[in-house]
Design a protein around this ligand. Sequence first.
Ligand code: ADP
Ligand code: ADP
Length: 229
Amino acid sequence: DGVIEFKDVVFSYDNKIEALKGVNFKVHANESGALVGESGAGKSSIMRLLYRFYDIQQGTIFIDGQDISKVKQASLRKAIGIVPQEPGLFNTSIYQNILYGNNSASDEEVEAAAKAAQIYDRILSFPEGWNTVVGERGVKLSGGEKQRVALARTFLKNPKILLLDEATSALDTHTEKQLQLALKNILQGRTSLTIAHRLSTIVNSERIIVLDNGRVVENGSHVDLINEN
Ligand code: ADP
Ligand code: ADP
């Protein structure tokens, strides 16, 4: 479950520049894939197309062998979880932030998601430290903690495919380690595709897809890529 396949995908915004010029790749079930390439290579476009923010002009995108243009938007979006660069939190409790978009989840499920993302100890905190209900001022969450709240929210949704847009800013070693631990829990048993900026992500990914100017120029494990070059 969770196989992603792009077949001869051609896509342009407003029918002008071709952002993708015939893209082919496959990420197998439970595999972790990294999208690598310069700015403008087409990484974000691939993510947007998978979530069907736009329709493609040519080719086919399959998830588990099904053409996504023929799948209901709601079931597609249920199958896919997105972790954006910016965590997108509200100034409500972390508990409420994790619950956001998953309103039918039980307390136990929210707590399990918080534990998996290693943010359980802050579950009653507020992202900016302000508890508007009680009028208290606590300690605000660090950037890494906020990212783990976004991971917990996605974990709770339990999608079979995870799309991650890695933050471009460098993280300190401690934050990076905690984030990697949380990610490891969340990637377990899912297919993932990450817009990768960090070397550690690229090295740990099972499949590295290198894009250049709207085309896939390399695709394989890091060992494959090293042996080829
Ligand atoms: P990357 O994520 O690798 O930086 P993108 O997928 O964002 O690359 O961009 C691929 C191409 O599409 C670039 O030429 C970029 O300028 C263009 N592009 C990206 N987003 C838009 C948009 N919303 N409207 C028009 N062109 C866009
Ligand atoms: P970012 O890289 O900041 O996340 P995007 O992925 O949205 O930004 O866009 C990537 C590239 O596409 C940028 O070079 C941006 O200038 C270009 N782009 C984004 N939106 C548009 C648009 N509506 N029209 C033309 N180019 C765009």
